[in-house]
Ligand binder design. Structure first.
Ligand code: NAD
Length: 490
């Protein structure tokens, strides 16, 4: 693939189009820093046409589709993604640099699974009805009807591009909405393929649109500011979420925000320590630490600290960076030069702040062909003060800080002393302790003796600066629809 033959276009009202301003940007391969595609940036006018097309499609036959019809559409989209699995895999790996093994096991299957899951959730959803007494004794019947919310803006990040885009597009379409999607400028490829899928299965023009571009002063901001958008669903950084909240306030639009995290893991000495080491290594280093749910703070009960630290350091050393298609590769690069600068800066702040660097801390030597890529060493620190910036702020790289603790109250305080609250992990064989602590951990998700075990029917989202609202299962259907009450006098 080189930049001359892959051109990624916007998808507006059922056709692939170049942006009207004629601006293009490069899609960079993180493994070697070279462009592998060029992308057509949507102008404000293009975004406007996409939103208008979405509005028109909502008022057309799509707005009157039955649940059964939409279930069929969602299953057809899933089947088409599966049929084109290898193309999605190649595109996702080119954009992110993640190992094939990871994209093959997680990203692409979940892209299809999101559509199948929400088809099933929609098909099985009922709505309440209430008989009501009236003074004349005849009674009334109240029942709730779900209607699409309207035109949904979907704004997604680069870390799990297809997975996170479809996580929102699937329930939005399931509820009968129309969508204007803005993938991350770093990873625009699989969303463009998704538009091809929608086209191929015969989704009516305007139901699904894609606009490419950046955030501020570009397609992301143009979309959020557009008064024709009824609701915005966003995944990304907390600061961006705050900017989008401002945009959503104009016109009183609803917002779902899945934001950053600084997720703790708590390891008790009674845990299966080998399992805790393996689980924590996975939770800190998978996808080069670029998952919102990744563990960046680890608290280990003092008697187990030394053994745990040794095991985690060994696990960091065992990771093998390399070309995504090599079977031996177990860790990819960071997404961009800019993001690596941010992560390396955090490594520097930690080192100068007195961190004891147990593993990593720098940039690995890579073979000639990969030296232009954004590689970084998986890193483990200890010894930093709890109020230091590297222990407080999200880094979004393959790094965690480990610290000892002595009792439950202390560790609960440490875990909760964060402005974020996305996910937490508890490792203990003591069932009572797990139940006792879980409700008091300030996080939207608590995993016990596992990490990132996901069931798409469960609620997903964060507290504090990690987000607003819940998606997943029927919570997604609640966000992507309006519930109207109809009252009939009998
Ligand atoms: P980001 O906030 O920089 O960008 C996300 C998207 O928002 C991109 O498409 C970008 O173009 C767009 N954007 C940026 N500024 C905008 C603006 N002013 N108006 C409209 N759109 C704008 O995030 P990122 O760097 O792509 O992703 C990493 C972040 O995402 C991390 O903080 C991570 O924790 C978070 N994340 C959260 C979850 C979750 O479910 N809570 C999941 C994955 C990632």
């Amino acid at each position: 693939m080189d930049s001359t033959n892959v051109r990624l276009l916007n998808f507006i009202n059922g056709s692939f189009q170049e942006g009207s301003a004629g601006n293009w940007f490069e899609d960079i391969r993180p493994t070697d820093g070279k462009p592998h595609a060029i992308v057509s940036e949507a102008s404000r006018e293009d975004v406007d046409r996409a939103v208008r097309a979405a509005r028109a499609a909502l008022r057309g036959p799509w707005g009157r589709t039955s649940v059964a019809e939409r279930v069929k559409v969602l299953n057809a989209i899933a089947a088409e993604i599966e049929r084109r699995f290898d193309e999605f895999l190649a595109a996702e790996v080119a954009d992110t640099g993640k190992p094939h093994s990871l994209a093959r096991a997680v990203d692409i299957p979940r892209g299809a699974a999101n559509f199948r899951a929400f088809a099933g959730i929609l098909a099985n959803r009922g709505a309440p009805a209430f008989p009501t007494d009236t003074p004349d004794g005849t009674g009334a019947l109240n029942y709730a009807v779900r209607r699409p919310k309207g035109v949904i803006a979907v704004i997604s990040p680069w870390n799990l591009p297809l997975l996170l885009m479809t996580w929102k597009v699937a329930p939005a379409l399931a509820c009968g909405n129309t969508v204007v999607a803005k993938p991350s400028e770093e990873t625009p490829y699989t969303c463009t393929l998704l538009a091809e899928v929608m086209d191929a299965i015969g989704l009516p023009p305007g139901v699904f649109n894609v606009v490419h571009g950046f955030g501020p002063h570009s397609a992301g901001a143009f979309l959020c500011e557009h008064e024709g958008v009824d609701a915005i669903t966003f995944t990304g950084e907390t600061k961006t979420g705050e900017a989008i909240m401002h945009a959503a306030a104009a016109g009183t639009r609803d917002l779902s925000a899945e934001l950053g995290g600084k997720n703790p893991a708590i390891v008790f000495a009674d845990a299966d320590i080998d399992a805790a080491i393996a689980g924590t290594a996975r939770s800190a280093f998978i996808n080069c630490g670029q998952v919102c749910l990744c563990t960046e703070r680890v608290y280990v009960e003092r008697p187990a600290f030394e053994r745990f630290a040794e095991g985690l350091v060994q696990a960091a050393h065992n990771l093998v960076p390399g070309p995504p298609d090599h079977d031996a590769t177990t860790i990819g690069p960071l997404i961009s030069a800019e993001h690596r600068e941010k992560v390396i800066a955090a490594y520097g702040v930690a080192a100068s702040g007195g961190a004891h660097v147990l593993a990593g801390g720098g940039i690995p030597d890579m073979p000639e062909a990969l030296t232009g890529g954004f590689w970084i060493e998986p890193t483990v620190w200890t010894g930093l003060p709890e109020d230091s910036v590297p222990v407080r702020e999200e880094i979004f790289g393959p790094v965690c800080h480990i610290a000892p603790f002595d009792d439950e109250d202390e560790v609960l305080h440490l875990a909760n002393a964060s402005s974020y609250g996305l996910a937490a992990t508890l490792w203990t064989e003591n069932l009572s302790r797990a139940h006792r602590l879980s409700p008091h951990i300030e996080a939207g998700i608590v995993w016990v003796n596992t990490w990132n075990l996901r069931d798409l029917r469960t609620p997903f989202g964060g507290v504090k600066r990690s987000g607003i609202g819940r998606e997943g299962g029927t919570w997604s259907l609640d966000f992507y629809s309006e519930t109207k009450n109809v009252c009939i006098k009998l």
